[in-house]
Design a protein around this ligand. Structure first.
Ligand SMILES: C[S@@+](CC[C@H](N)C(=O)[O-])C[C@H]1O[C@@H](n2cnc3c(N)ncnc32)[C@H](O)[C@@H]1O
Length: 240
């Protein structure tokens, strides 16, 4: 029997959400499944707790947040709602490459005027250097080929202001996590999210690959934070 903590080779199969011609209903169902999994696994609460940990005690100012590869913008939404509860003025930009997904995000976040949705490529973002206090991304790295991860991290670093906080979350590939993610998607995902979820964990990067990305990007302020759930990795740090 293979060691459950060993790491199988990385998959390369594209997900349905990556195909430009995926039927609108399948795309919607897959993206809603991702949002539901984020909620079920407590990712939004966890992200807020990470933010709280890094903010000065009693912080009451404003925060300018960028969520890269935002999907249905549930992460900017969670941060905007947290800001309302904490009397912190959060302005959140959700950037995504896919205009069809952004149109769905627009519908889903109609009641949240703090969010601005922007179409663009994470590797060539239309923002000036140092424009955000917080830059996040979640469940996105595994959509990028290995040789694009360092450029992606540097692109996120470019738009983060000195002293700002970077939070990079994704799945981490191992034999044990493949079993766990398949089970979580079957329990809580939609059928389309189950199909994409199975591909996602196989396309995800391993812990050793994440270590190499930090080293090769030169972003030594990024470190492994305690993840919110076992199948996840979270790189976090304040830019010097
Ligand atoms: C699995 S979804 C994650 C959505 C969201 N971050 C979440 O956690 O629910 C991956 C997203 O990455 C987006 N994406 C893929 N490549 C991208 C790129 N080069 N630039 C911006 N967004 C990209 C896709 O359009 C998709 O919305």
């Amino acid at each position: 029997m293979p060691n459950p903590f060993s790491v199988p080779p990385r998959g390369q199969e594209p997900e349905a959400i990556d195909h430009p011609d995926t039927h609108a209903e399948v795309l919607r169902e897959a993206m809603r499944g991702v949002k539901r999994l984020n909620r079920r696994l407590g990712y939004h609460r966890y992200l807020v707790s990470q933010l709280e940990r890094h903010l000065p005690r009693g912080f009451g100012g404003s925060l300018n947040v960028l969520d890269v590869a935002t999907g249905l913008a549930d992460i900017p939404e969670a941060l905007a709602l947290w800001g309302r509860r904490r009397h912190i003025s959060v302005q959140a930009v959700g950037l995504d490459l896919n205009p069809r997904i952004l149109a769905m995000a627009q519908e889903e976040t109609r009641e949240v005027p703090e969010i601005e949705l922007v179409e663009g490529d994470a590797l060539a973002m239309p923002f000036p250097d140092g424009s955000f206090d917080v830059v996040t991304t979640h469940l996105a790295l595994h959509h990028f080929p290995e040789d694009r991860i360092v450029p992606l991290l540097r692109s996120m670093d470019r738009v983060l202001r000195p002293g700002g906080l970077m939070l990079v979350g994704d799945l981490v590939r191992s034999r044990a996590n493949i079993v766990l993610v398949d089970a979580a998607c079957a329990l809580w995902g939609t059928p389309a999210a189950l199909a994409d979820g199975k591909i996602s964990i196989r396309n995800a990067y391993s812990r050793a690959e994440f270590e190499a990305f930090i080293r090769d990007s030169g972003l030594s302020y990024l470190d492994f934070a305690r993840p919110g759930y076992p199948t996840q990795v979270l790189l976090a740090g304040r830019k010097p």
